[in-house]
Design a protein around this ligand. Structure first.
Ligand code: NAP
Length: 300
């Protein structure tokens, strides 16, 4: 069993980005710029935004936070999106979700210029991905694909089972892995990605265990601890655990610890490759946002 070390791969990619940004700076070019729009004071969102700002600073990408009170109107937020769309000094921007209930997320996301949509969540980017056109892919699916590529885990002809059908993980990773591989991102290595036969499962799927047992690669993004157990995994399969769940742990100083969706202790010995939680997909997600920002900069 080989552990897919997302922490290590993400550090390698950060170094690559740092060098690219440094070359731009040395050549007298402006550096890429990311703007993060945050609304209200949701503690989890504030932590995510702080982590993204820190990640940008570490590689030399300029990052700016634009904070709005929860009382901001949809019209005011749309005006901000329009301003960022037309600001030539901004390469990419994200609107941190969730938004307050009085603001329609789809209205805001749809207004973002897809070329600056470094979260890859606009209907335009998702549609372009589906059609195999150049697009910005959302961070977690991009990170999973990069992780597979860096470990030379080919998906061509393989049966991939995805558990979860969310817009941010399940659906886009299924779409990416079933594509003809011409959609490869610039940073992809030579591994043969795409061309997989993909089955997408969800909470209404019947006999999930039997379906998983036929998988060469299982990607779990359900948000349910120990959903994937050893009896559901065939010998030699690859398991990608996207889940992040807090479980009580009196032995931990925080009183909790983070676990994925996989019963890691039981499943890991049966696998060829498996991601740990934490340290697998999570670090790849943040670094993918940086790659997307660089991609948006280069597409100008
Ligand atoms: P989500 O929007 O809640 O979607 C969960 C999906 O899993 C749904 O499609 C749901 O089915 C399915 N599901 C839930 N329980 C299931 C079960 N028992 N059997 C089969 N399918 C089941 O979640 P998400 O946003 O995709 O996130 C999923 C997990 O990944 C969460 O733990 C989240 O924290 C984590 N996450 C991690 C990262 C990272 O960087 N590591 C990034 C994003 C998300 P229905 O559609 O039928 O309800």
């Amino acid at each position: 069993m080989i552990l897919l070390d997302g922490k290590h791969i993400a550090a390698t990619i950060r170094q690559e980005i740092r060098e690219q940004v440094e070359q731009l700076r040395a050549a007298g070019c402006r550096v890429p710029k990311l703007v993060i729009v945050i609304v209200g004071h949701n503690p989890a969102s504030e932590t995510y935004v702080a982590n993204k700002m820190k990640a940008c600073a570490e590689v030399g990408i300029e990052a700016e936070k634009r904070a709005f009170e929860a009382s901001v109107t949809e019209a005011e937020l749309l005006a901000e999106v329009a301003r960022l769309n037309s600001d030539p000094s901004v390469d990419g921007f994200i609107v941190q979700l969730p938004l307050p209930e009085h603001i329609a997320e789809t209205a805001i996301l749809s207004a973002i210029d897809y070329r600056k949509d470094v979260d890859g969540l606009t209907p335009a980017n998702v549609g372009r991905t589906v059609q195999g056109l150049p697009s910005i892919v959302s961070a977690t699916p991009r990170g999973i694909r990069e992780l597979l590529a860096r470990y030379h885990i080919a998906t061509e002809g393989k049966h991939v089972v995805v558990i979860g059908r969310s817009n941010i993980v399940g659906k886009p990773i299924a779409m990416l892995l079933m594509q003809r591989p011409y959609l490869s991102l610039p940073s992809m290595s030579a591994a043969s990605l795409g061309n997989a036969t993909v089955t997408v499962c969800h909470s209404k799927t019947q006999d999930l265990a039997s379906i998983c047992r036929t998988a060469d690669i299982i990607i779990v993004a359900a948000g349910s601890p120990k959903l994937l157990t050893a009896d559901m995994v065939r010998e030699g399969a690859t398991v990608i655990d996207v889940g992040i769940n807090r479980v009580d742990d009196p032995a931990s100083p925080k009183g909790y610890r983070l676990v994925g969706d996989v019963d890691f202790e039981q499943v890991a010995p049966k696998t060829a490759y498996i991601t740990p939680v934490p340290g697998g997909v999570g670090p790849m997600t943040i670094v993918s946002l940086l790659q997307n920002t660089l991609q948006a900069y280069s597409n100008d």
